[in-house]
Every structure is written in structure tokens, then in C-alpha cells.
Design a binder for this molecule. Structure first.
Ligand SMILES: Nc1ncnc2c1ncn2[C@@H]1O[C@H](COP(=O)(O)OP(=O)(O)OP(=O)(O)O)[C@@H](O)[C@H]1O
Ligand SMILES: Cc1ncsc1CCO
Ligand SMILES: [Mg+2]
Length: 276
């Protein structure tokens, strides 16, 4: 174990987050898009967390104070949902709970961009998007993506991510072939995962939910929690692909592999490196 910690400190860090998640089973409130609800709930359950898709503004004052973290994802945003998102972020702040923003398809419209910029004013702990989404947010401009899909490599968005992290105070995370995490100064890259994961709709939304769960375990170390969540999710995909025939069975085997991940596999196969 001591040797492992020396050779792969991120492996032991990631295992510590995952095993704590399984022991503590934090309650994660998810206000998310209509496409992602099932995959997010199942991903969180398989990882050991307790998801609740509670999004009515009428329920937030009673419910949000009892959660360990809040996920807000704007993938199918309408004007009716935005006040509930803002209210949940506000209650999370008031009660000292972390909250995580997924700016899904933020470049699709001015409405969505304005909503995300207003949400960022409410101080998310982490913002996770694909390359195009992080570029849109950082430049406050629309049109950089292709709906929910990215037109950019994650590395194309690295400078945008650093600048967004500095201006917002959030940890910024970019998914892609390498998943990057930055606080504006430090940058690490998580190398686990495989391209087929892009063919599972809402796999990005699911990794953001896992980030929310890992951040719930240690809100003061959101940078480490985010990088670990990326690698653990990617590793579950790699192992799942061993049994999968395509995107639909990968979705199933990824969830099964996340549920079954053991210490040795995490210690040996998590790959996170420093880029700063
Ligand atoms: N080329 C790649 N190689 C390895 N893993 C990848 C690759 N592209 C994406 N992934 C992984 O797939 C998952 C989803 O990332 P992606 O960038 O597709 O998110 P997204 O566009 O927000 O997805 P969605 O909108 O469908 O939720 C992440 O876990 C990411 O690490
Ligand atoms: C396909 C799609 N459209 C809006 S949200 C979403 C799920 C992935 O973000
Ligand atoms: Mg995608």
C-alpha cells in the first residue's frame, strides 16, 4: 500500500473517495435535464450515493438543506425551471453545501448562456462541461458547440477553463479524450475512459453527477474530488467495454463496473497526471 501510494498517489486518493462514498452514501439533489435523469440516478446509485431528482421550487426550502450536494444541469432548460435552479443554488450556499453546474449545450442560445452566467454568479463549487461548452462560457458567446455535443478537443478549451476558473472562483472541468481539471493555476488531466463513451447520451451529465457526489465527500478539496471522479468514471467505462458490444451495452456494463470497482483496480489503473 505504501509503495502504491508513492507510485500512484491519485489511485489511492480516488479509492479513498469511492470507498467513502460507498460508506457515507450522501444525498445528492439533482435538478437535471430530461434526457439524463435515469442515467444519473443509476450512476449515483451504482457508485454508492443516494440521488433525488427533486426540482420543484416549492420543495427546495424543505429539501435542499438536507442534501450533501446539489447538481444543476441546464440541458433541457425552460424559463419555468430556472428559478428553481437559482433557489437551490442559493440554499446550498446558505447551508454551506457544495453545488456543481453542468452547462449542457450552453452555446445553443442566448437564453441558455444568460441563465448559465447568472448561475455562475451564485458561486458553483465546480463547473463541468465539454470543450465547446467551456469555451462558450468563458467567452460569454453562443455558437461554439453542436447542440449538446462538442466541436472542440478538451485541450482546445484549457486556456478558457483557466480564465473561467479565475473569474468565477470555481474548479473548472473539461471532459474529452483527456479530462482536464483546473483551479486557474493547477491543471491535471485524467486519462481514463474511451471514445465510445461519447456515444452514450448523457454520459457527460453522469460524470458531472459523480463529481457532485465526490465533492460531497470532501467539499474543501473539490479539485482532487473532481479529478478522481473523472478517472473512476472513465475506468468503469474501460472495464465495461470488455463486455460491451456497442453503446447500449456499454451503458449497462459501465454501471455494473462502477458498482463492482475494487481497490486493486483503482490503485493500479487510475491515471491522472499534472499539466501545470
Ligand atoms: N475521446 C475520448 N476518449 C476517452 N474518453 C472520452 C472521450 N470523449 C469523451 N470521453 C468521456 O466520455 C464522457 C462524456 O464526455 P463528453 O465530453 O462526451 O461529455 P458531454 O459532451 O457533456 O456529454 P453529454 O452531453 O452527452 O452528457 C466523459 O467521461 C469523458 O471522459
Ligand atoms: C441530447 C441532449 N439534448 C439536450 S441535453 C441532452 C443530453 C446530453 O447533454
Ligand atoms: Mg456529448
Amino acid at each position: 500500500m505504501a509503495e502504491q501510494e508513492e507510485t500512484n498517489p491519485w489511485g489511492s486518493k480516488s479509492w479513498s473517495y469511492l470507498s467513502s462514498l460507498r460508506q457515507q452514501s450522501p444525498l445528492i439533489q439533482c435538478i437535471t435535464n430530461l434526457v439524463s435523469m435515469d442515467l444519473i440516478a443509476n450512476t449515483l446509485l451504482a457508485a454508492g450515493a443516494s440521488p433525488a431528482m427533486i426540482h420543484s421550487i416549492l420543495e427546495i426550502p424543505d429539501f435542499t438543506p438536507h442534501t450533501q450536494s446539489v447538481l444543476i444541469n441546464v440541458g433541457t432548460l425552460t424559463p419555468e425551471w430556472l428559478p428553481a435552479m437559482k433557489a437551490a443554488a442559493g440554499v446550498a450556499n446558505q447551508f454551506g453545501k457544495p453545488w456543481v453546474l453542468d452547462p449542457a449545450a450552453v452555446g445553443a442560445s442566448g437564453f441558455r448562456l444568460k441563465a448559465c452566467l447568472e448561475l455562475i454568479e451564485l458561486k458553483p463549487t465546480v463547473i463541468r462541461g465539454n470543450g465547446s461548452e467551456i469555451i462558450s462560457l468563458s467567452m460569454a458567446s453562443i455558437g461554439s458547440g453542436k447542440g449538446a455535443d462538442s466541436l472542440h478537443e478538451s485541450s482546445d478549451a484549457l486556456e478558457a477553463a483557466k480564465s473561467l476558473a479565475k473569474s468565477s472562483g470555481a474548479i473548472v472541468a473539461i471532459s474529452g479524450s483527456v479530462d482536464f481539471v483546473t483551479d486557474g493555476q493547477r491543471v491535471v488531466g485524467a486519462h481514463n475512459g474511451l471514445p465510445m463513451m461519447q456515444k452514450i447520451t448523457a454520459s457527460g451529465c453522469a460524470v458531472t453527477a459523480l463529481i457532485a457526489a465526490f465533492v460531497a465527500i470532501n467539499p474543501t478539496h473539490a479539485f482532487e474530488a473532481t479529478a478522481s471522479a473523472f478517472s473512476v468514471f472513465g475506468l468503469a467505462g474501460e472495464i465495461g467495454m470488455g463486455l460491451a458490444k456497442g453503446p447500449a451495452s456499454l451503458r449497462m456494463h459501465l454501471i455494473d463496473s462502477l458498482y463492482a470497482l475494487d481497490q486493486e483496480t483503482v490503485l493500479h489503473r487510475v491515471k491522472i497526471t499534472s499539466f501545470s
